[in-house]
Design a protein around this ligand. Structure first.
Ligand code: FAD
Length: 645
């Protein structure tokens, strides 16, 4: 086809699934010149993934409350989870019998409560919203598309990449397809991707600084970059049916995990009275072609899947209201992770393009959105000339490790899920302690709350002991503080929006005490010095706080101090100074220092990254330490233009 156009962009995203739209939205909100294309002529109407875990809700909220408002309104809220096990005489029963056989009633009650009263109790004790929300993937994507549209960004549909080449001063470079995005050291800043519109046949040559392949499990970008997937070939196969049920199963509106003599079934309640059934297909299942050993959707049907489901659910009945299923598929999952997530930190892959795993932990879409939430702010920093390209290496180190943990978890959880309790006769069984600790781990993992990034230039745990209940490398847990000026209760996470700034949370001790106040004033003086990180990296050209936001929390009580008692440095605006005390009605607030494990007098400074994860914690005298921390990945104002747009 004739080339009709050549263009330039800072970031080109291939694929508008959850990973792609999360990234596109984050970048457009940050004012980046970004384009996103997708081969589909229109958005997803049904099917694929179906739910947001508690951490994903927190992440969405950090891009604006309108995103979560829509999720809560349009989706189904999952507050209850139940477990069923094979009954002794066939059929199924609420999953308690395996516990009572080896535990006291008290333990059994505890487990029962943990397992059945609320998914929150099991899942995410520290989550801001301790429950998941289910909604079909296309509708979740729509929420991002609506936010993007407000900034004038839409998905260019029916469009695919056809070639990716290096733009190099060296003509040889053009012929090396794997090196199309130039190495940083060569000083070349662009790569070329050709895009083809499938409806019109037009071809466009796009010069891009960064390329993101969020183009799903069969990623064209990954293959073009020559990145291989690593992992087991053991496929887990699931039949998936979305429908409005007609049933006498009592827990049909709870998230239900059912193990029976006839197989495994999950029920996920969904929007509009629907449910999704996940029916595991064993190796002997009809769906596997005996000749090839591969799953073939053509070998089954929704009727067959439902028949399997009915057997598993015996003695309960399960029919389809109205007789018609809304969507169905056979979903084959390979547990694999890409060997690399990037090429020279210029081209990246994210989401299913770099990791796939079973739906048991409900992570596909959530992990995918988490990838690009991690990546987007780092790309912004490099594009603005605030950070060197090397910052982007932490994308792979943080997210690939997590994907591997997820797959290990997936395997281990599956094994545990199906294993029998340890008894005198069965010494290979699982002990009660193993199961209890498994439960904790499960909650952390499936909720996304316990994702912890390891030590790196961005994560420094040297002073972990200053905030014993905050895990450096994990996301900042929610808590309500009150404004010193007005006693207005404020959720701390609402002060940590994904606005690309680092948040410096100063827990400044008790300012009603002269000694503590003097220490806080000394910190203000340190922060005002020219060598302080705030002054070196923080002042944008127009003199505003572009890179950092500073918030100060005192342990003093509201009847002892007012907002003017904070050193002037910390109150450029009254909203920046807060107290760890109850609101005027005693309904919220108070106890934040002890919740975070911070001494009420000694205090601490907590650095929260733009993605909401805790980067480091230092003492109030720790400005020199912070200067070194930020020097490791931020560039001074005078060297900033290196990668500037
Ligand atoms: P995707 O959602 O796959 O998005 C990739 C996007 O890239 C798509 O919009 C696609 O059109 C586009 N694209 C692909 N190639 C190109 C190209 N060459 N050019 C332009 N655009 C391209 N998860 C569950 O938890 N439960 C399920 O039941 C379930 N069922 C699934 C069924 C199917 C058929 C599929 C494909 C996936 C299913 N998943 C399911 C997985 C879940 O959808 C993914 O984990 C999640 O969507 C990952 O998000 P992503 O953005 O990485 O990729």
């Amino acid at each position: 086809s004739p080339v009709i156009k050549e263009s330039h962009v800072d970031v080109l995203i291939i694929g508008a699934g959850p990973a792609g739209v999360m990234c596109a939205n984050a970048l457009i909100q940050a004012g980046v010149n970004v384009r996103i294309v997708d081969q589909r002529p229109e958005g997803l109407k049904a099917g694929q993934a179906d739910g947001c875990q508690p951490r994903s809700l927190e992440i969405m909220h950090s891009y604006g409350s309108s995103l979560t408002d829509k999720m809560f309104k349009r989706g189904e809220h999952l507050h209850k989870a139940t477990f069923y096990n094979p009954g002794p005489n066939g059929g199924i029963e609420v999953g308690l019998n395996i516990w009572t056989s080896w535990r006291s009633y008290a333990d059994y009650r505890t487990l029962y409560r943990q397992r059945t009263t609320s998914a929150g109790a099991v899942n995410a004790p520290t989550a801001r919203w301790p429950f998941g929300v289910t909604l079909h993937q296309g509708a979740i994507e729509d929420i991002f598309l609506e936010a993007m549209a407000e900034k004038g960004l839409t998905v260019e549909r029916s469009t695919i990449p056809t070639a990716a080449l290096e733009l190099s001063q060296d003509p040889e470079g053009r012929r090396d397809p794997t090196a199309y995005i130039a190495k940083a050291s060569s000083g070349i800043r662009r790569g070329i991707v050709t895009l083809k519109n499938l409806e019109r046949g037009d071809v466009e040559v796009v010069n891009t600084k960064f390329l993101l392949g969020s183009d799903g499990a069969h990623s064209w970008v990954r293959k073009t970059l020559g990145i291989h997937m690593e992992g087991d070939n053991t496929d887990s196969i699931w039949g998936v049916v979305d429908m409005v049920p007609d049933t006498d199963f009592p827990d049909v509106r709870a998230q239900s995990f059912i193990h029976s003599h006839d197989g495994t079934l999950f029920i996920i309640p969904r929007e509009d009275d629907r449910v999704r059934l996940y029916i595991q297909q064993g190796p002997e299942s009809d769906v596997v072609d005996p000749a090839t050993g591969r799953a073939d959707k053509g070998r089954t049907s929704p009727e067959k899947l439902l028949e399997q489901g009915r057997k598993i659910l015996k003695p309960y009945r399960m029919d389809v209201k109205g007789g018609e299923v809304a969507w169905w598929t056979v979903y084959v999952v390979r547990q694999r992770v890409a060997e690399r997530y990037s090429l020279h930190e210029r081209a990246f892959i994210a989401g299913d393009a770099c990791h796939t795993h079973s739906p048991k932990a409900g992570q596909g879409m959530n992990a995918s959105m988490g990838d690009t939430h991690n990546l987007a702010w780092k790309v912004v920093y490099v594009l603005r000339g605030w950070s060197p390209l090397s910052l982007l290496r932490t994308y792979e180190s943080e997210r690939r490790k997590y994907a591997q943990e997820l797959i290990d978890f997936d395997k281990w959880w599956s094994k545990l899920f199906h294993s029998k309790p340890r008894t005198e006769e069965n010494q290979d069984g699982v002990t009660h302690e193993q199961f209890l600790s498994a439960f904790k781990k499960v909650g952390g993992f499936t909720s996304g709350i316990a994702i912890r990034y390891g030590s790196s230039t961005l994560v420094d745990t040297t002073h972990q002991s200053l905030a014993t209940n905050l895990a450096i490398g994990e996301r900042m847990p929610p808590h309500v503080f009150i404004r010193a000026a007005s006693a207005l209760p404020i959720e701390v996470q609402d002060m940590l929006p994904a606005d690309t700034r680092f948040k410096i949370l100063v827990f400044g001790g008790d300012i009603s005490d002269d000694g503590d106040r003097a220490k806080l004033q000394a910190l203000a003086d340190d922060l005002s010095k020219p060598e302080s990180f705030l002054m070196r990296y923080g002042r944008g050209d127009v003199g505003k706080w572009e890179v950092f936001d500073v918030l100060c929390f005192s342990s003093a009580m509201k009847d002892k101090v007012g907002y003017l008692d904070f050193p002037e440095f910390f109150r450029p605006h009254y909203s920046k100074v807060l107290l760890d005390d109850e609101d005027m009605h005693g309904r919220s607030g108070g106890g934040g220092y002890s919740k975070y494990g911070i001494d009420e007098r000694a205090g601490a400074i907590v650095v929260v990254r733009p993605d909401g994860y805790i980067g480091t914690v230092v003492p109030l005298e720790g400005v020199p330490f912070l200067n070194a921390y930020f020097a490791a990945f931020l560039l001074q104002t005078d060297t900033r233009s290196a990668w500037g747009p």
